[in-house]
Ligand binder design. Sequence first.
Ligand code: SF4
Length: 422
Amino acid sequence: MEKPKARDPQWREKEPSYKEVVARYPDLPATWILKADLQRRGLYYTEAATRKIDPAIHATNSDVATGFRENRDYVPEGLIWKDGSYLIANFDFDQKQPARDPYTIDVVNDRIVVVDEDEVLEEIEGFWEKPDFYDKKASNGEPLRKYVQARPQRLDISMNHYCHFWDEPGEGCKYCPLSPSYLAAGKKEERYDFRYVKEALTEAVKQKGRFSAIMLTGGSQLSGSELLDDELEGYLALLKIIGEIFDGDRVPTQLISSAFNERQLERLKNETKLLTYTTDIEVLNKEKFEWICPGKARHIGYDEWKRRLFAAVDIFGKGNVSSGVVLGVELAEGKGFTDEDEAFRAVTEEAESIISHGIALAANIWRPAPKSILQNGKAASLDYFVRTYREFDRLQHKYCPNPYTDDFRRCGAHVGLDLMRV
Ligand code: SF4
C-alpha cells in the first residue's frame, strides 16, 4: 500500500510543528509528545518495517474483533517505546485521505525508527508480542483471540459488538465507528457465547507473568426492566466467570460500561469481584456533549452521567473510578468550538470538576475515524492536545495521584496518563 498523502498539502504551514511544540513545553518529554502526535496523525509502515513484523512472534492486527481497519496487511497491534511504555498502533485513522501526512515507521541501520520529512525522530524498541493463547482454538474451532484480546499486560473482553444508541437514527456518538463498522461488515452476532470467552480466559491465564488485569467493555444496551439492566446482567455474568477463575475477594478488573445508577453499581460491587469502574463522559462540555453524543444525552443526560460517576466513587472508592474522554472532538466542525483557547478553558474547567472527585480522566486523542459520522473532520493541533493533557496531569497529580487503571503499563491508548509516572 502506498503511503497516503494529506488532503491539504499545505497543512504544515497552518499549525505549530512537532519541533515547535517540543520547544514550547520543555517540562514534557519529547518522546511523549511524539507519541501523542503519532496518535493524532497516524502512521505508515514501509516495506522494510513490515518485514520486521513477524506474525509468529508479534501481535498483528487481523481485524477479527473490530472491523475498524481498512488495511488488512500485517500491522502490529502496538509499539514498545524505548522508555518501556506502550503505544497502541492498530487505531482507526483515515488511511486513504488523512487530514495530515502520517508518520513513517521505517528501518535504518537495522533499527525500527519513526521518520517525518526524511528525518529520524525516534527509535522504537519493538512490537508487542502476542500471547500464547492467540495460536489456540476454542472448542467450536474458532480462534480464542476472537473472544479475548490482549494488550501487553491486559486481557480485553468486548461484550456487545453493537451499541444500541444507534437504534434511533442520528443518536450514536458522532466520533464512534463501532456500530457503523459492525453494520457495514454485515455482522449479526451482537454478543459471543460466554462459554468461549471462559475458554479463552482460562487458557490465557496459563501464561505465567504475562497479564496483570482484565478489562471488560462493549456497546451500550438500553433494554431491561430498568434502562441498561440487560447490559448490567451481561457484565454480571462475565464477572462471575472471572470470579470462578481467580481466588480472592477482588480481581484486578476494569469495567468500562454505560453509566449505571446506584442500584446497578451496588450489584456490581456486591455480586462480583470487580475492582474498578469506568464510565465514559466522552465530551467535557454539556452543550457539545448533547451535540456529539445525542443518545447518551437523551437517555441519561450530561448532568446525570456526571452524578453517576460521582456516585460510583462512593461505591468503588477513590482511585478506582475513571472516565474516558474523546479529547479534541469538542473542536469538530459543525457545532464544536471554533477556537482552541476557548475549548481549552471550557474543557479544563470541566475536567477539574470531575478529577477533584478523585476520578482520573483517560483521554483519547480524537482523530476522525472512518465510518464515523465525523469521518471527514480534522483533529485539533498538536499544541492543543499537549497543553490540555498537561493540565489534566497537573489536576490528577493534585487530586488523584494514583489512579489504578489505564496507566502506561496496561493500556497504551491514553498517552495522557503516561505523564503520571513522570
Ligand atoms: S456509547 Fe457512544 S462511544 Fe460508546 S459504543 Fe456507543 S456510540 Fe460508541
